[in-house]
Design a protein around this ligand. Sequence first.
Ligand SMILES: Nc1ncnc2c1ncn2[C@@H]1O[C@H](COP(=O)(O)OP(=O)(O)OP(=O)(O)O)[C@@H](O)[C@H]1O
Ligand SMILES: [Mg+2]
Length: 310
Amino acid sequence: MSNDRVHVNVQGQQGKPAPSAIKLSKTDSLKKVKMKIAVMSGKGGVGKSFVTMSLAVGFALRGLKVGVLDADIYGPTIPKLLGLTNTSLYLDDKRQVIIPAVGPLGIKVVSMDFLLPSEDTAVVWRGALVAKAVDDFLSNVDWGELDALLIDLPPGTGDAPLTMAQMLSDQMTGSVIVTIPSDVSMRIVKKSIDFSKKLKIPIIGIVENMCCFTCPESGKTYNIFGRGIGEEMAKQEGLQFLGRIPMDPRISEANDAGVPFLLKYPDIEAAQRVLEIVDKILEENKDKLSGQQRKTLSLMKLPGEEEDQS
Ligand SMILES: Nc1ncnc2c1ncn2[C@@H]1O[C@H](COP(=O)(O)OP(=O)(O)OP(=O)(O)O)[C@@H](O)[C@H]1O
Ligand SMILES: [Mg+2]
């Protein structure tokens, strides 16, 4: 097998068909993936990529084989969050498939970020090319056997997320919707719920990120954006509330350093909250993971040292 780096022409916009004319490939490449979960939010900056990465790490800590598809073509962040800078995707030219990069805990990652010549390069494609890239990522990647594939969708309910979601809708296990507890966020995030419903993607539940901040000195908790709005929204929409994740400067510090905070700060409250969300999702999808051995996790132990649960 000869592996070549995958190259793309980030200038190319000419001769593009209208988005509606794009013929999307029907793909088998996700057949061996047991759970396919899209992480979405109508709102930007609420922590979708952080939640995607954290769920991936959480699933991997529970002993699952995990992949992440960073479908945010214009603002790919997953490689940075997993410390995968200076990494490439490879092309198996015999089989004409893309081989994902491999991050911590063996997490397989595909992202536009790997294909850009520098960190600061902007993708200036119109919708049709984005659709083609996404199609390639979905149909021409050798994910192998995975228990869970997490898909970080771009913000909003526009062309790129729509294309992605349409391509995946019949295969998708479900979506996880991320919000922050503000009224403004709730209004926009509701569009995502509607979007998911219109595309017939089952909604697994709602995660409220940045719910609150506990001052390490006084121990007092502040609800910086608002209180309980994610849970209220879940109730209103008849959806499962998966949980809330506090704001913690150690999270943004770990994110910026490219080290998953679950590995760097396993004993902070946010880590416990994320693992509770992971367990709820696993519990709900245990039929899809049948045959998968659950592992008990001691956060004081290194991954791989956990005891199998009999
Ligand atoms: N619970 C948290 N505590 C502290 N920082 C957080 C938390 N969640 C996210 N962040 C930080 O907030 C910023 C935005 O997060 P992230 O990039 O995941 O949002 P996003 O919804 O994916 O944004 P976009 O819409 O641009 O894709 C990042 O700097 C991230 O490190
Ligand atoms: Mg993002």
